[in-house]
Write a protein that binds this ligand. Structure first.
Ligand SMILES: O=C(O)CCC(=O)C(=O)O
Length: 245
């Protein structure tokens, strides 16, 4: 297993390690989240559709995301505790980590929507901004065509800025244009089974999926033990925080 280049990570605010998981493992996770997504969608109350359904895909109803797979799906819980992944996370945060929140991102072919630029630490409001790292596991190859992540290099070294959200999408908190116009965003393709790590302050976004291929991913938001989401911008279920080591 590769070691994390900590100097690079601290300078750039993100780092990709390819080949953490094998194709059979990611395929099993895809089967699991697809089955979960199907039952979730069937039972989704109309009032919550705007939070979960991808408005960019007109031809059919598809999910854009699911919350807390580490708490709801044993297969994802096992991945969150997988020694190969945890060893990498602990190189960043130090020994003793928990998953506070996690998300599955589906980005469907032919229209899966973009995610606007944001900082996870604005969403989470952690007690220690250095105590949060997101491990974003690519379940498919993530490319420029199907909506890979983009990062603002070095923005981890800057402050957490105020975010705004469109009135009809309160969940879509994003950095204001006045900040973004000064910050170039660089694409970071990841191969299926690779993991992209980013600091909680790092600006990041993802593009739309105009390709004919899925771009699915699972983001595990780890904290150093003891770190709390003290001033979150959205409601998080703190009871789902899971101690890993
Ligand atoms: O997968 C995406 O499109 C967005 C990911 C993201 O915002 C995150 O992992 O924090």
């Amino acid at each position: 297993m590769d070691a994390i280049d900590l100097a690079f990570y601290r300078h750039q605010g993100h780092l990709t390690i390819n080949g953490v998981f094998g194709a059979a493992e990611t395929d099993a996770l895809i089967a699991d989240i697809e089955a979960w997504g199907e039952s979730f969608l069937a039972e989704l109350p109309a009032a919550q559709r705007v939070w979960y359904v991808d408005g960019g895909v007109k031809a059919r109803t598809v999910l854009r995301k699911l919350d807390n797979p580490h708490a709801h799906r044993p297969a994802l819980q096992a991945i969150a505790c997988d020694p190969r992944l945890v060893a990498l996370v602990e190189q960043v945060l130090g020994t003793g980590v928990s998953v506070y929140f996690s998300q599955v991102f589906f980005k469907a072919p032919e229209g899966g929507g973009p995610k606007p630029a944001h900082q996870d630490n604005f969403y989470f409001g952690p007690t220690d901004i250095e105590g949060v790292v997101t491990a974003w596991i690519a379940l498919d190859d993530a490319t420029l065509e199907n909506g890979c992540l983009y990062f603002g290099e070095g923005t981890n070294q800057g402050p957490v800025y105020g975010h705004i959200a469109p009135p009809d999408e309160p969940f879509n908190l994003q950095l204001p244009l006045t900040i973004l116009e000064k910050q170039p965003m660089a694409p970071a393709p990841v191969r299926k089974g690779g993991v992209s790590f980013h600091h909680g302050n790092t600006f990041h976004q993802s593009g739309p999926n105009h390709s004919s291929r899925w771009r699915r991913a699972c983001a595990l938001h780890y904290v150093r033990n003891g770190v709390e989401f003290a001033t979150p911008a959205l409601p998080y279920d703190h009871s789902l925080k899971m101690r890993v080591t």
